[in-house]
Ligand binder design. Structure first.
Ligand SMILES: NC(=O)c1ccc[n+]([C@@H]2O[C@H](COP(=O)([O-])OP(=O)(O)OC[C@H]3O[C@@H](n4cnc5c(N)ncnc54)[C@H](OP(=O)(O)O)[C@@H]3O)[C@@H](O)[C@H]2O)c1
Length: 335
């Protein structure tokens, strides 16, 4: 008999989540049925976007109390009664915060060995080549529409979405300014090619800091944060500027969001602001991955992963996303 562990939602968080909002359960795995495979989960993700679904409906319905916390995962097929899932294969899917699962193959894909080799580690399937990297790609190209010479500002720039969007914008010939919450993160942004990095926690007046960094104004603001940062960017937008609403992490833990206060520049500067749910572009994911793989292999695009050891640490790893403790794609090594 195989037992497995999983983290479930114990209660709905109020404000910043705490570890007692989650409960670790251990149970016996049911017998493997025809058409099923047993997957041992190696790595799982912790994602800021999951915060909203712990409290209510979001881009997908709220998680039920007692449900396994959803996330991306990578694992190995241990035993298979499913022709699609070969024993020993490395696979990825929406595995959730758990050590094992039985799968009928739906939503599970084998890692393509032609893509995941050399600089492209298997873990990047749920990082750069997963939802965060694809959000950067489609948010930037479909909404930001970068042009040579544009000035692009990115918040939470040292996260996977932000760092990927910034490097891709550089490849399009843009000047790229990143906002991040520590000097170490700012140094990293300079290393990966950002033109300017601003530590928003020590910059003082962010509107003034952005004015100094982008004296001619911002053409594209790629927003992962919302709140005051969004307003500071709005006040610096250039005529016909585009605001990509990727995430609003500064608003995720409050029932009374600060919201946008400066709307006049939308008229005077003819601004456009548009959000995305990256899954809407899923038919184009393969093409985007190929393009990003080329850039990685040519040394033009890099990614940073941070691995937290042990399934037991998962809630703490998740909570750390909201204090700025995380740096790059935060994954948990399960086994
Ligand atoms: N629209 C979509 O389809 C889609 C898909 C995936 C992700 N997203 C969104 O994209 C954004 C980035 O995702 P990611 O996975 O790359 O995560 P991430 O940016 O690494 O998120 C964690 C980081 O957010 C920053 N942060 C936390 N609280 C903050 C606050 N109150 N104000 C400012 N910054 C704060 C911290 O960095 P600092 O130290 O720099 O503060 C922290 O390390 C998230 O908002 C996520 O929800 C959207």
């Amino acid at each position: 008999m195989t037992t497995f562990k999983r983290w479930v939602l114990a209660k709905r968080p109020d404000g910043v989540p705490s570890t007692d909002d989650f409960r670790l359960e251990q149970s016996a795995l049911p017998e493997l049925q025809d058409g099923q495979a047993l997957i041992r989960v190696d790595h799982i993700s912790v994602d800021p976007g999951m915060r909203s679904r712990l409290s209510g409906d979001s881009y997908a319905p709220a998680l039920d109390i007692g449900a396994t916390i959803e996330s991306a995962g990578i694992g190995k097929v241990i035993t298979s009664h499913n022709a699609k899932l070969k024993e020993g294969a490395l696979v990825w899917g929406g595995f959730g915060w758990q050590s094992h699962l039985l799968s009928d193959g739906r939503g599970v894909q084998a890692l393509d060995p032609k893509l995941y080799q050399g600089k492209i580690k298997p873990t990047s399937a749920i990082g750069l080549f997963g939802i965060p990297g694809l959000t950067a790609f489609f948010g930037l190209f479909e909404i930001g529409k970068p042009k040579q010479g544009n000035t692009v500002v990115i918040s939470s720039a040292a996260g996977t979405v932000g760092a990927t969007a910034g490097q891709i914008a550089k490849l399009q010939g843009c000047t790229v300014i990143g906002l991040a919450g520590s000097d170490a993160k700012c140094a990293y942004l300079k290393e990966i090619g950002f033109d300017i990095a601003i530590n928003y926690k020590t910059a003082g007046d962010l509107t003034a800091a952005l004015k100094e960094a982008a004296p001619k104004g911002i053409d594209i603001y790629f927003d992962n944060v919302g709140g005051e940062t969004l307003d500071a960017a709005i006040l610096n937008m250039r005529k016909n500027g585009r605001i990509v609403v990727s995430g609003q992490i500064s608003e995720y833990n409050t029932r009374t969001p600060r919201g946008i206060r400066h709307t006049l520049p939308f008229i005077t500067q003819r601004l456009k602001m548009e959000g995305l749910v990256v899954y809407d572009f899923s038919v184009q994911f393969g093409e985007a991955r190929q393009q990003m793989a080329e850039w990685v292999n040519e040394g033009k695009l890099t990614y940073r992963e941070e691995i937290i050891e042990g399934l037991e640490q998962t809630p703490q790893a998740f909570i750390g996303l909201f204090s700025g403790e995380s740096f790059g794609r935060r994954l948990v090594h399960v086994s």
